[in-house]
Design a protein around this ligand. Structure first.
Ligand code: MRU
Length: 333
């Protein structure tokens, strides 16, 4: 029998970090346990660990682990730069690393202070996920809705229950979700591999659609609302999220469907005024020229592979955070 909800994303115990290897999902649930920050940095780069809050939490533990043996400030500094340079778009990464670094200033044990701060970041994320779920319930009104989502925003993307996924899961528990359309999310298929896995684990009815079906599904089937996560939200509300999110927001406008984002405050970057300032990660061309390691076109063909896009604030019906539901015009300070 399928084990419901039996998986976890990240856990720290006995001086080691254990995380699920998301590259293997949904076919096998394999965990990696390490005390080496370089293994964690590599896992963030190659998306074994992914999702904005999750990479922040994992990096925070990684930074602490870099000084587990000898409390060496030089090693701590090297690890900080290695970890912060793993991925550029999700602000949760630098948010978490800077917090850990600050907590260690003037400390008698860098390791102890760093581990304590990483633990706080983890616990806060769990609470923020629960609050987002509660704050998001209002967008469902009082009748069951059909929801469309993009990329993966569940347990696999955070330390707690998720961002947009937690909102959907809580609404489902209240009888307010009929079913979910999960965009497959090319090129790395976070939707068909990870969101489908999580919806299935939670017994939430769903259908996977390919990304280019979204317009047609909105026109011909009933989609009541779209909700996604975010990787960085500028202070004016412009929101970077997985490539394809911007297209969805435009489609929502055309079809008169509300488009929401759910993200914790650790995703809001008050130092970034607008989306124009957000660095968009470009990933390897092989992610486009092959699928699951098998070539689908000639590898020498030129490719443009942005991992994220930015949805302008005015296309976002509401941003759900742990503090409430915000609407346009956004002014995060
Ligand atoms: O490249 P990924 O898989 O790390 O991208 C993740 C996303 O875009 C999520 O939608 C985002 O992190 C918000 S959900 C926590």
């Amino acid at each position: 029998m399928r084990k419901l909800n039996s998986y976890f994303n990240i856990r720290f115990s006995d001086g080691k970090l254990t995380f699920i290897d998301q590259r293997k999902l949904p076919f096998s649930e394999e965990y990696i346990t390490t005390g080496d920050y370089k293994v964690i940095a590599e896992a963030i780069k190659n998306l074994a660990i992914r999702g904005a809050p999750a990479i922040g939490v994992a990096a925070a533990y990684g930074l602490a682990l870099s000084v587990q043996q000898d409390d060496d400030p030089g090693k701590f500094e090297d690890a900080f730069y290695t970890l912060i340079n793993t991925r550029p778009t999700a602000v949760n990464l630098s948010y978490a690393l800077k917090r850990v670094k600050k907590a260690c200033e003037n400390s008698t044990s860098i390791y102890q202070s760093a581990i304590a701060e990483a633990g706080k970041i983890f616990e806060e994320d769990v609470i923020m996920c629960d609050k987002m779920a509660e704050n998001g319930i209002v967008i469902f009104g009082d009748s069951p809705k059909t929801v469309l989502t993009h990329c993966n925003t569940g347990k696999l993307a955070v330390a707690g229950e998720g961002t947009a996924f937690a909102v959907i899961k809580f609404a489902f528990s209240k009888g307010l979700v009929n079913m979910v359309y999960a965009d497959e999310t090319r090129p790395l298929l976070q939707g068909s591999r990870l969101t489908a896995f999580e919806l299935s684990k939670n017994n939430i009815p769903f259908k996977i659609i390919n990304d280019s079906s979204a317009a047609w599904v909105m026109k011909n089937k009933k989609v009541d609302l779209v909700i996604t996560g975010a990787d960085r939200i500028a202070s004016n509300g412009d929101s970077a999220n997985k490539i394809g999110t911007y297209s969805l927001a435009i489609l929502c406008k055309h079809h008169n469907i509300p488009f929401y984002i759910a993200a914790p405050s650790s995703t809001i970057d008050i130092n970034t005024g607008t989306g124009k300032q957000i660095i968009i990660e470009e990933r390897d061309s092989s992610e486009i020229t092959s699928v699951s390691g098998k070539g689908v076109t000639l590898s020498e063909y030129e490719v443009f592979n942005p991992a994220f896009d930015v949805t302008p604030a005015q296309l976002i019906s509401g941003i759900i955070t742990e503090s409430g539901l915000f609407t346009f015009p956004y002014n995060f300070k």
